[in-house]
Design a binder for this molecule. Sequence first.
Ligand code: 531
Length: 366
Amino acid sequence: MSSALFSPIKLADLTLPNRIVVAPMCQYSANDGVANEWHMTHLGMLANSGAGLLVVEATHVERHGRITHGCMGIYSDACEDALKRIVLHCKRIGNAKLGIQLAHAGRKASAQRPWEGAKALGPDEDPWPTIGPSAIPFGPGWHTPRAMDEDDMARVRRAFADAARRALRAGFDAIELHLAHGYLLHSFVSPLSNKRNDEYGGSLAGRMRFPLEVARETRAAVPRGIPLGARITGTDWVDGGLTGQDAVELTKALKEAGLDYVDISSGNITPESRWPNDPGFNVPVAERVRKETGLPVRTVGMIVTPKQAEAIIAEGKADMVAMARAFLDDPHWGWHAAQMLGADVARPKQYARSAPVLWAGAALRG
Ligand code: 531
């Protein structure tokens, strides 16, 4: 039996042994942007999950671009050094290649951690000023962002490129831009959050202008052999918002800017955004983007079982699948998928004896 999910894929000069990706997952546990033992443990665990690529959580390119006080950053030497230690650790003990998601939270910055309420920070919670394409808050009770001027745009473009250089020095194998979930770059693309009447607003071409500038400036900082991708929005799930057609157009423009793949996610441009949470709910847009652009496509969202993941790849609907909670639930998801699909997966020698060939118990596990 040969598995499509466990077949290799090449992105730029990076070959991944399979098409399973651990999605970036915010941990809200950094110290002023700096990773610590929690990240070492969390990422160290997932480096041995069987996934070919492990993507580090949304890591913010400037301090005010963090979502919460606990979010990770890559804007100082302290941030870079901590990430370097983590990459080194994961590569020493694990098998996954390491990616990082570069992000700016825009109008959704200055928020409480989920377990503190997930609302905008109150006056006694050390809030900070936020920025966005237009002075429109994410929702009622949220900070009103300052509409970005040319200086802000130049600073943020440079911050993404500088962050990419830091990520390369830290040893990451792949870099991706966060253009989804209502954060800064997505909020430029969506007509629901971008009401500018200069050349950075209006038509889709205008609304894509700033994110594409960021993509080009970051690409210039990342050698062509290193994959640079983007997580984008398949649909805003709000009337009048972005649709699959916009995702196709954005992907064509990102391909033109030299990006190597997109990851189709969706939702979260406003608090009203509601998605169907059905199995693989982003797969139809991913399939369309893949067919209409020819760029390698990853997708995410309610992908849970090995059989489901295998079918998405085998049926040509996506080139890679990313999973988040499935890996928190089962940090060895990739090992168990390999067993079910009759494929090989790398395990550390210390754990080799739990492989199905050396442990009859694997066949008895539910
Ligand atoms: C929520 C989310 C997951 C998948 C689709 C839409 C929204 N996540 C998004 C995270 C922050 C935590 C909540 C980021 O994208 C940074």
